[in-house]
Design a protein around this ligand. Structure first.
Ligand code: GLP
Length: 251
């Protein structure tokens, strides 16, 4: 199963998985200093992005000339809202990675005209083909905010968040999030030259099982990654590993 992917690794701890994920992002930038990268937000990537920021501080990586986009944003959402992905990106990526300001692109969750915002971001996605798309996995196997039911041909659009996502955000995480979001589509994600999926913790285990061994269909949008497995890298910690093996790697 792991051999269907560019790389598939289960690491013994969250710390090691976060480091493996950071290293693989830095490798891409070392090879292509102007890489176009679409970043997931969320808790999973906080330690990953911290590791990258540390490497940049130590002079081991240079992201200044890369192009940075985010995958998704709540709607409506102001930058000052605590759950804003724009503010997450500024705090955890744009600033610590020292990316040139003109190379940083944001989804405007505060727009009065969502259709225009969809057009604007779709145009940007076409103009800047992704060298790397960085993904987490969320309720129902969502990637970005492509909830269960999303088609593999979907493009950047405004969607309704699923009940499970709203439950996670409002009940489990205590955030007063809206029930809509902009998200890069499944087709936009699958077009990326490389795709990285990282998942930590027991709460992701069942989602990873569906992703890796369930049917490839819209009931678990992350399963679509298997359609382009040869460009997908997956890092899990042992708690997120649905197959309970010990640490292993398949190339
Ligand atoms: C969120 C975002 C995704 C993110 C995922 C996992 O809702 N839409 O982009 O990757 O869910 O989040 P977390 O890492 O906090 O579990």
């Amino acid at each position: 199963m792991g051999s269907d992917f560019a790389e598939y690794k289960v690491l013994p701890s969250l710390k090691e998985a976060a480091m493996a994920s950071a290293d693989s992002i830095c490798d891409i930038v070392n090879k292509n200093p102007q890489a176009v990268i679409f970043y997931a937000t969320g808790n999973t990537y906080i330690p990953v992005y911290k590791n990258i920021a540390e490497k940049i501080k130590r002079g081991e990586a240079d992201f200044s000339k890369t192009y940075a986009f985010h995958l998704d944003e709540y709607y409506p959402c102001k930058t000052s809202d605590p759950y804003s992905f724009v503010s997450y990106m500024r705090k955890n990526v744009f600033m610590p990675f020292k990316i040139k300001q003109n190379n940083c692109f944001e989804i405007n969750g505060d727009t009065k005209n969502p259709d225009e915002e969809v057009k604007r971001y779709r145009k940007l996605i076409n103009e800047y083909p992704a060298d790397l798309v960085i993904l987490g996995i969320g309720p129902g196997g969502h990637i970005g905010f492509n909830e269960a039911g999303s088609s593999k041909d979907s493009r950047f659009r405004l969607v309704k968040c699923s009940k499970e996502t709203i439950y996670r955000d409002r009940v489990e995480r205590g955030q007063n999030t809206p029930n809509k979001a902009f998200t890069m589509g499944v087709a936009d994600i699958l077009k990326g030259s490389q795709i990285l999926l990282t998942a930590f913790g027991k709460s992701k285990r069942q989602l990873m099982r569906k992703t890796l061994s369930g049917k490839v269909n819209s009931s678990c949008p992350a399963s679509y990654l298997r359609l382009v497995g040869k460009k997908v890298t997956i890092f899990l910690d042992k708690d997120a590993n649905p197959f309970q093996q010990t640490a292993e790697s398949h190339m």
